[in-house]
Design a protein around this ligand. Structure first.
Ligand code: GRF
Length: 189
């Protein structure tokens, strides 16, 4: 089966780049993956350049041009449906989604903590600063409540005493780059 993905991002785009490199036009068993849509809500996001370098254009829909979340979401939904994506993948897409999105689009999200701990936009910092001895990442289904949908997969690592914030963040991203493509492949197996 040809599996079409829509990838939504807002900034740096390292996960987007990783997905393009690992899944786009690649076959695993009987599935071939195609990133049918790159979608971003910020015109100056670095991820747009990353995708372009790899031959993919990004559709930019700026949320600030809409008067309500619902109006923005209905345009997003339209664009994703037009792409015929089987799954939307949120990789640092910094928007709170309304039911207009969550009830119409099958989507997963990658979050840089061991959910249900450290929901929200400051997960990496909060998890680094916590007293916990382990940290990690989560891939989960997107639901109407922020960072709260059913968990698909997690990876944890030991947080050592002398680990700098930079090392901690790099570890998180390295794990994300393994777990997200692996999780997407498994969803369609
Ligand atoms: C990742 O840490 C992801 O878990 C979070 O946003 C970050 C996006 O990073 N949701 P990048 O833009 O893919 O580099």
């Amino acid at each position: 089966m040809l599996v079409k993905l829509a990838v939504l991002f807002s900034g740096n785009g390292s996960n987007l780049e990783n997905l393009i490199k690992k899944l786009h036009k690649k076959s695993f068993g009987k599935n071939e993956f195609e990133i049918a849509l790159c979608l971003c809500n910020k015109h100056n996001a670095y991820g747009i350049k990353r995708a372009k370098k790899l031959g993919l254009e990004t559709v930019i829909i700026e949320h600030k041009n809409f008067v309500s979340r619902e109006e923005f979401d209905s345009v997003l939904v339209g664009e994703i449906q037009k792409s015929k994506a089987d799954l939307a993948v949120l990789v640092g897409f910094m928007r709170i989604l309304t039911p207009i999105f969550t009830q119409n689009i099958k989507a997963i999200n990658i979050h840089p903590s061991l959910l249900p701990l450290f929901k929200g936009a400051n997960a990496i910092k909060e998890s680094y600063q916590s007293d916990m001895k382990v940290a990690g990442i989560t891939v989960h289904w997107v639901s109407s409540e922020l960072d709260s949908g059913k968990i698909i997969a997690q990876k944890a690592f030991d947080k050592t005493e002398n680990m700098s914030f930079e090392d901690f963040e790099a570890k998180i991203h390295a794990l994300e780059h393994e777990l997200l493509p692996e999780s997407i492949r498994k969803i369609f197996e």
